[in-house]
Design a protein around this ligand. Structure first.
Ligand SMILES: Cc1cc2nc3c(=O)[nH]c(=O)nc-3n(C[C@H](O)[C@H](O)[C@H](O)COP(=O)(O)OP(=O)(O)OC[C@H]3O[C@@H](n4cnc5c(N)ncnc54)[C@H](O)[C@@H]3O)c2cc1C
Length: 557
């Protein structure tokens, strides 16, 4: 593998020379800058680079070019270098829907655009290009490794560790226990491999099959709350909980967030969120989560990880949360944002392979392990669409299995178009997974055609199940009211025909996001009739804090 390449193609000589010079000044040490004056010459260079396995990080193409349009060149570049980020160079000022960049983004033919002229480069060229390169580098083996894991590739615990470290952006490398490097690392760590996985930190510390709490503590996270009464305790660090924390802490409330896993919730598992305002090319869920987590932390939010909230009671004006280790947290108000988790397939043979080729959710940490493999995605929602597109960057083929007879009824149009435009993705409608087999990891799936009942067994290395959610509210059933599916009722939805809800102790009705227990609010996906989107969850988190203020002021008066 040679130095990664930034390939620039434009027929406008002046633009090409200026771009080469500007990018060379900033990125020339770490990347080789190659400039080509035509699409044909660029394609020849891309083929030569692919033949000698030299990585291409970025391809920038001018629009238009005569022999082949910039978009067509970027499509061809993707086939030769699937990891390379594709950038279309466009003139400023044309913000019409007919602009080629709009269609190309919709179809997933380009990843980004850059405006020309781009001066001052410090503002318009270097920051976006650094962002593109950061995104490309996430698809590569990290050059700096903070943690090495030795384990069985398809053991569920190995998968959980990889998933956690990916989501907290901790650079790690995984080694199979029976590989040469795996043996060497175990020996250096003084381990005989009888207990796996083994986690070796750069500092030399070693953890053998650590619990999530142990790992979290080693990564510097708190797993116990301080003995104090908080103004507001937030249950869950998904988008709703994190946004609530940013608002609450920034407005001077003493704030605690409790999260059993990793910050980010479902959004943290998404490879690319394209509809969150402010990120025109999209942002990965783990990036968005990490930024919001840091923002909440910098405003003074306290976080407790590796603990679930298992109970909620009212004690006078205090709301008491019981944590999974038995500790208790007291708060003057509570925001419930525990979201939803993936509905299971309930096929016993596939349950037995969970984490060993069968994954619930997008499992971004496993995408690279699917290199060249035959992979299946179950689901017809946006999350399934995104997972399919992300997996297609690595897998040989991706088949989306849909129980219904169309994709477009539940998936956004831009994702449907992108899926149809991606050559290694196919869609099988009216198809269900009914069985799976494999020794140690998934090897085969049995599919049933819903139209005629015919079954077929196919080779499969990965099954990613994204078929909607079930709310995390079992522990709340005796405390706050929910609908028949377990989603929490709030505000107007609590009002019966006779006005105030039964047992409601106050003269006023519940506030907009208030549950049937005064001072306890619900935000995000967990709420009855919520809109299952990141922006909506974030909005509700921020609104819930305003209602907490209202409630606390009422208590003080
Ligand atoms: C793969 C994927 C892709 C998606 N892509 C998009 C997209 O592109 N655009 C978009 O708008 N939306 C997208 N969504 C939907 C979006 O992610 C959700 O609507 C959003 O995450 C909901 O946020 P939330 O905070 O309400 O809940 P969640 O994200 O579900 O977070 C809830 C958090 O609470 C924690 N928790 C659960 N139980 C407890 C407990 N007892 N105690 C403490 N904490 C608890 C969970 O561990 C979790 O971290 C996607 C979802 C998925 C899964």
């Amino acid at each position: 593998m040679g130095t990664p390449v930034l390939l620039l193609a434009d027929e406008d000589r002046a633009v090409l020379e200026a771009l080469t010079a500007d990018l060379g000044r900033r990125f020339g040490i770490d990347y080789q800058i190659r400039a080509e004056g035509s699409a044909a010459a660029a394609l020849t260079t891309l083929r030569q680079l692919a033949a000698r396995s030299q990585p291409v990080a970025l391809v920038v193409a001018g629009q238009p070019m005569t022999q082949m349009g910039g978009v067509d060149l970027l499509v061809a570049a993707h086939e030769l270098h699937p990891a390379a980020k594709r950038v279309l160079l466009v003139g400023r000022g044309d913000y019409t829907a007919a602009h080629p960049a709009v269609r190309a983004m919709t179809l997933g033919q380009i990843d980004y655009h850059l405006f020309t002229p781009w001066q001052p480069a410090e503002r318009w060229l270097y920051p976006p290009v650094s962002e593109f390169l950061a995104s490309w580098s996430k698809t590569q083996e990290p050059s700096f490794v903070a943690i090495r894991i030795v384990g069985r590739q398809w053991e569920p615990r190995s998968h959980q560790l990889r998933d956690t470290l990916t989501r907290v952006a901790m650079p790690y490398r995984f080694y199979a226990h029976d590989s040469e490097a795996g043996h060497r690392i175990l020996e250096e760590a003084g381990q005989d491999g009888s207990r796996l996985p083994v986690v070796v930190f750069r500092t030399g510390q070693v953890l053998v099959d650590p619990s999530h709490a142990e790992l979290s503590e080693f990564l510097g996270a708190r797993t116990r709350p301080e003995p104090a009464t908080y103004d507001v305790a937030i249950v869950g660090a998904g988008p709703a909980g994190l946004a609530a924390a940013v608002s609450a802490a920034s407005e001077g409330l003493r704030t605690l967030v409790v999260e059993p896993e990793v910050f980010g919730g479902q959004a943290g598992t998404s490879s690319l969120i394209r509809n969150y305002p402010g990120f025109p090319h999209g942002i990965s869920g783990d990036d968005l989560a990490f930024r919001t987590f840091e923002q909440a932390w910098l405003f003074g939010t306290g976080f407790v990880f590796a603990q679930a909230v298992t109970g909620l009671t009212a004690h006078g004006s205090e709301r008491l949360l019981r944590l999974s280790d038995g500790r208790q947290v007291a708060a003057r108000a509570v925001i419930l944002a525990p979201g939803v988790s993936w509905r299971r397939l309930r096929v016993p043979s596939l349950e037995a392979l969970a984490g060993a080729g069968v994954f619930y959710g997008a499992a971004g940490s496993e995408a690279r392990a699917m290199q060249g493999q035959q992979v299946f995605v179950v689901g017809a929602g946006n999350s399934a669409g995104q997972a399919a597109l992300h997996l297609a960057e690595h897998a040989g083929s991706v088949t989306v299995l849909v129980r219904g007879d169309a994709l477009g009824t539940t998936m956004s149009d831009y994702l449907v178009k992108k899926i149809h435009a991606t050559p290694n993705i196919s869609v099988r409608l009216r198809t269900e997974v009914i069985d799976g087999q494999g020794s140690g990891c998934l090897e085969r799936l049995t599919l049933r055609d819903g139209r005629n009942g015919v079954t077929q067994t196919v080779a499969a290395a990965g099954l990613f199940v994204l078929i909607g959610g079930e709310p995390h509210t079992q522990w709340l059933r005796d405390t706050v009211r929910s609908d028949q599916h377990g989603y929490l009722l709030t505000g107007r939805d609590l009002l019966g025909a006779g006005g105030l809800p039964t047992g409601w102790p106050l003269a006023r009705p519940p506030l907009f996001l208030e549950t049937s227990l005064p001072g306890v609010f619900a935000a995000g996906d967990v709420r009855h009739r919520s809109i299952k989107r990141v922006a909506s969850a974030v909005g509700e988190g921020a609104i819930a804090v305003q209602l907490v203020h209202e409630y606390l002021a009422e208590q003080a008066s």
